[in-house]
Design a protein around this ligand. Sequence first.
Ligand code: F6R
Length: 241
Amino acid sequence: MKIVRVEDYDKMSRTAANIISAQVILKPTSVLGLATGSTPIGVYQQLIKWYEKGDLDFSQVTTINLDEYKGLSPEDAHSYKYYMRDAFHKHINIKPENIHLPNGLAEDPDAECRRYDDVIQNSGGVDTQLLGIGHNGHIGFNEPGSVFHRDTYVTDLTSRTLEANNRFFSKEDVQPVSAYTMGIKAIMQAKRIVVIVSGKSKAAILNTALNGPIDPQVPASILQIHNDVTLIADQDALSYL
Ligand code: F6R
């Protein structure tokens, strides 16, 4: 694993955006695996800036997101489809048919999981996967558990994750308690993984994920055995290492 230590969130965002833009420039038909949450916002903002300058072209790029809340429509402001549209997709020239997220409203969740695995498979696989890490070590919504799940599945969100994400929901909103997530196999099959981590609150789990045993109780620990992971983290996030 390559570890790139940066000063702060801005530098982390620009460094990760550099890797993604190199990926898109060198391979215009790239398949990007994307994440939501607070951490990647700065990466998306930087990529949009370079796109607006004319340096990036997303017309042949495919994006495949890690996860989506079960039960939310794409129009719901809390859905990840909405987040991605707002934070990234509507600002660039990506084709709508090349944007993939699980369908939170699918009537048959099992069929939806298989459909999503087919999307990943038929795309030819993810070239560069952008990942954040949850405070409990989750990647995507692969929560701590007794096994690493292979394929896309519906998972119940842990109280830790619900608590961490309730900042995005107001009192009147109903916060979903389950989500579709790409399995560990698809994440680990990405040719390259870029992990971004910022802030003191992630320092302990980052240390456990990198230096502890590979254990499904710390899903991010599986990244230790991928052969092309670049961790870009700020000083605060790396303060326990
Ligand atoms: C969301 C996702 C999650 C987040 C993680 C960290 O698509 O994949 O694993 O990366 O929950 O979230 P933030 O960045 O909000 O701390």
